[in-house]
Design a binder for this molecule. Structure first.
Ligand code: CAA
Length: 384
């Protein structure tokens, strides 16, 4: 067991840190206030390979490993969590197509995603009435001649209005339950795809630089060449992609919390009460000590899941545990960081207020904490 990153992993982390410090951090607060989608920033991250970190170089990706991906996600989220979620979902979509797409699908969609040409990827699984239980989705894909017609609506779609490439899940055989769900590759809203439109953009508590769309599919037509991974194979694909996606969201949560904790440590070293820096007061020091300890534990859990995925080992349980621990921990760490800042932490003059809002959703998307516990419990039973 080796806890040190390899040279390549460290190089990717440093690359992400440099661009995050130079490009993302300086305007993150302004993007949050104005609700600006980071299109130019995503294109620049793409130039550095950060939209396809584990995607093979032959398809335009960085060809790095899963640990490098987790480290890069932490660095990006430390600077701007809104950018991080778009980066995470785009990586997830690009990786999925690179892994299970046909040669033609890979060539048509992956270079566009990882080069920034598509701006972002979107993962259109959830629906207004089917979030935690995606098998209950109502969107259908019916056969019309030699084409498929998609009808329904999708909800909570990260970058759903901006993404040039979307994976859309739909029921192709209602009698077959989850085995009757199929994934389709659909050109996104910016392409003016007939029948595809934005119903609304959510007004969220945090992640104001990221868009979250509800989409209408009103007879969107695609051919057989849009079927990703086989008719009826969509649910398994979604589960597989989400296993990896959960490492990304765990990393995002860790990055947000790491930034908040660093700010709190700095603040506690400078701010004085009763004649000394507040970090010297036992109560404050202990808060920060606990937060740092929890966060390191969550980081190690996340890197374990990444290492197992990289090794080709089963990692469903480890990814769910990492996401559960990292996101719950990150929430606590941001709370501690705000508390240490006192009244200042409750204002927009300090970055903690944004971190506190941004981190909250990590316990919800790509599987709530309650869903992660279901996944873990099922895996425990399976392991007996
Ligand atoms: N990998 C591969 N296959 C898997 C799998 C996995 N991790 N988990 C389940 N499967 C397979 C099963 O083997 C089974 O296959 P067979 O048909 O061959 O038997 C099939 O999938 C059905 O499995 P289950 O019976 O366990 O399915 P379920 O309906 O009970 O659901 C669940 C299980 C894990 C709770 C699942 O519903 C789930 O993950 N829910 C949460 C959904 C989620 O995370 N949504 C996030 C939305 S995306 C998002 O947020 C993106 C964004 O924009 C930020």
């Amino acid at each position: 067991m080796d806890f040190a990153p390899t040279e390549e992993q460290e190089a990717v982390r440093r690359l992400a840190r440099d661009v995050a410090d130079r490009l993302l951090a300086p305007r993150a607060a302004a993007r949050d206030v104005a609700g600006t989608f980071p299109e130019a920033e995503l294109r620049e991250l793409a130039q550095l390979g950060l939209l396809g970190i584990v995607v093979p170089e032959a398809l335009g990706g960085a060809g790095a490993d899963v640990i490098a991906y987790a480290l890069a996600m932490q660095e990006i989220a430390r600077a701007d969590a809104s950018v991080a979620v778009a980066v995470s979902v785009t990586n997830m979509v690009a990786e999925l197509i690179a892994k299970v797409g046909t040669d033609a699908q890979r060539r048509a969609f992956v270079p566009a995603l990882v080069s920034g040409e598509a701006v972002a990827g979107a993962f259109a699984l959830s629906e207004p009435q089917a979030g935690s239980d995606p098998a209950a989705m109502a969107t259908t894909a019916t056969r019309v001649g030699d084409r498929w017609r998609l009808t329904g609506s999708k909800a909570w779609i990260t970058s759903g209005d901006r993404a040039g490439v979307m994976v859309v899940w739909a029921v192709t055989d209602a009698a077959a339950g989850h085995r009757g769900i199929t994934a389709f590759l659909v050109p996104g809203v910016p392409h003016g795809t007939p029948g595809l439109s934005v119903i609304r953009l959510e007004e969220k508590m945090g992640l104001h630089g990221s868009t979250t769309a509800q989409l209408a599919l009103d007879g969107v037509e695609v051919g057989d060449d849009a079927v990703l991974g086989g008719v009826g194979g969509g649910f398994r694909l979604a589960m597989m992609a989400l296993d990896g996606g959960r490492i990304g969201i765990a990393s995002q949560a860790i990055g947000i919390a790491r930034g908040a904790l660093e700010a709190a440590i700095r603040y506690a070293g400078e701010r004085e009460t009763f004649g000394q820096a507040i970090i010297k007061h036992q109560g404050v020091g202990a808060l920060l000590a606990d937060a740092a300890t929890w966060l390191d534990a969550a980081t190690l859990m996340t890197l374990r899941a990444a290492a197992r995925k990289q090794a080709g080992a089963a990692f469903t349980r480890e990814a769910a545990m990492a996401k559960l621990l990292a996101t719950e921990t990150a929430g606590k760490v941001c709370d501690v960081a705000l508390q240490v800042h006192g009244g200042n932490g409750y204002t927009r003059d300090f970055p903690i207020e944004r971190a506190y809002r941004d981190v909250r959703v990590t316990r919800i998307y790509e599987g709530t904490s309650e869903i992660q516990r279901i996944v873990i419990a099922r895996e425990l039973v399976r392991g007996l």
